[in-house]
Design a protein around this ligand. Structure first.
Ligand code: NAI
Length: 464
């Protein structure tokens, strides 16, 4: 039996960052992880492998659609799926090994296996019981099931996000259930590699919760890239037979029943906290009615010495939100003032073009009772974007009309996922749109579009 100041359960972005920060603050730390490699869903079967496939398929698409326009001639590339899968695996391995290195460097013990909390300060892994002053639950999430849809990742016909990363090949046709982040990222990977992709979405718009202007532009762009959308449709079932799947759905407008067949069906209708086998009920940890671990403002559960962060608790299911909570809770446990500003958490969809947002949408800002001003700038007026054939899209800044304070920003366009951070920093400092507009931006960069949107919220943009 070994004894620690802190045992973190789960080595995803929330858990491993928490463990590293706690060790840096002088605590004796262990992290329990049952997977063969560290990094959790994000590094093993989420953000990182999907980004490898997004990058590879983007390159392929560029070669196919834009190379000859730039005078880059010759026979186009073809897809070798086996090599693309190895590239993805290597990308994952360098990152998971990187976390292992950081654990060693920070003297964090990796307890291999699945943890069961036996009581405050007692964690059982296999036959061993470990003692600790504090526990952080960072066990993440798993794909939510949908009634009538039987996922079998190994068979490769009806899959979830994990199975979609290791399909036996590029399918001819694919149906994606759910037009959220996962469905659109992985759907666009396969669309770019040549699959006919149809996305079926329950709501009347894609990417629920996003700014309405972005939703419209994003759907238009993906449609131009060949993806098909069936909106306002509730999927009832998906069944596999002889290597093909049939999806049945009901159109909400008239209740009519429709069906579509495809080589692969990707179920992407959300994720749910993963807390199975942790023994939370036995220890008496309170849960929300949505199955999340209930916490207070300092990530503490109702049981003394047990904290929880990341996808297992309420809030957006995002790796970077979990990382921030991981750092903050480590600081709280070490007697410092950990803090997360939940008003400034960016969201990024890594399609091409990228979609990024932070803060309030126009609709949410208006609902909050404020007088709202919008500054919008199209990438058509941005020289750098046009040189990259990415003139579609725009930057939209939402400000408080009375104070000019930036309330939110929504970008669809090249490098959106990088550009959003300028606005995040501005919001952290309580900046006005004028502050951004008065900041010199290098030319030619796509970031100039952010400045132009800020100018548009005030005295007017230049390049429109
Ligand atoms: P999501 O919640 O983003 O989207 C699910 C969609 O499925 C919704 O639009 C919903 O209306 C629809 N839906 C639900 N039931 C349906 C039915 N019966 N028929 C048709 N449509 C139905 O969930 P998603 O995409 O699975 O992502 C899960 C989580 O993972 C999200 O919180 C997301 O933010 C996170 N994630 C974030 C990434 C990023 O930041 N780039 C990448 C991957 C995941």
């Amino acid at each position: 039996m070994s004894s620690y100041d802190l045992i973190v359960i789960g080595a995803g972005p929330g858990g491993y960052v928490c463990a590293i920060r706690a060790a840096q603050l002088g605590l004796k730390v262990a992290c329990v992880e049952g997977r063969e490699t560290l990094g959790g869903t994000c590094l093993n079967v989420g953000c990182i492998p999907s980004k490898a496939l997004l990058h590879a398929s983007h390159m392929y698409h560029e070669a196919e659609t834009n190379f000859t326009k730039m005078g880059l001639m010759g026979d186009g590339p073809s897809v070798d799926w086996t090599i693309m899968q190895s590239y993805k695996a290597e990308t994952v391995e360098t990152n998971t090994k990187g976390v292992e290195f950081l654990f060693k460097k920070n003297k964090i013990d990796w307890i291999k296996g699945w943890a069961e909390i036996q009581g405050p300060g007692k964690i059982k892994v296999g036959d061993d019981v470990h003692e600790t002053k504090n526990i952080v639950i960072a066990t993440g999430s798993e794909p939510s099931p949908l009634k009538g849809v039987e996922v079998e990742n190994e068979a490769g016909v009806i899959v979830d996000s994990t199975g979609a990363l290791t399909l036996p090949g590029v399918p001819k046709s694919m149906v994606v259930i759910g037009a959220g982040v996962i469905g659109l990222e992985l759907g666009s990977v396969y669309a770019r590699l040549g699959a006919e992709v149809t996305v079926i979405e329950y709501l009347d718009a894609i990417t629920p919760g996003m700014d309405a202007d972005i939703q419209k532009q994003f759907q238009k762009t993906l449609t131009k890239q060949g993806m098909k959308f069936v909106l306002g449709a509730a999927v009832q079932s998906a069944t596999a037979k002889n290597g093909q799947a049939t999806v049945k759905y009901k159109l909400r407008k008239d209740d009519s029943e429709q069906e579509v067949t495809a080589d692969v069906v990707l179920l992407a209708t959300g994720r749910r906290p993963y807390v199975a086998g942790l023994g939370l009920d036995k220890v008496g940890v309170e849960m929300t009615d949505r199955g999340q671990v209930k916490i207070d403002n300092h990530w503490a559960t109702n049981v003394k010495g047990i904290y929880a962060i990341g996808d297992a608790v309420p809030g957006p299911m995002l790796a970077h939100k979990a990382e921030d909570e991981g750092m903050a809770v480590a600081e709280v446990i070490a007697g410092k003032a950990g803090h997360v500003n939940y008003n400034v958490i960016p969201g990024v969809i890594y399609t091409t073009p990228e979609v990024a947002n932070v803060g309030l949408t126009e609709a949410a800002a208006k609902e909050s009772g404020r007088k709202v001003k919008i500054g919008k700038f199209p990438f058509l007026g941005n020289a750098r974007a046009k040189a990259m054939f990415q003139g579609d899209g725009f930057v939209k800044i939402v400000t408080d009309a009375d104070t000019d304070r930036v309330l939110g920003c929504h970008i669809i366009g090249p490098n959106a996922g990088e550009m959003i951070h300028e606005v995040c920093v501005a919001m952290e400092f309580g900046a006005s749109a004028e502050d951004i507009a008065l900041t010199c931006h290098a030319h030619p960069t796509t970031s100039e579009a952010v400045r132009e949107a800020a100018l548009a919220a005030g005295s007017g943009a230049i390049h429109v």
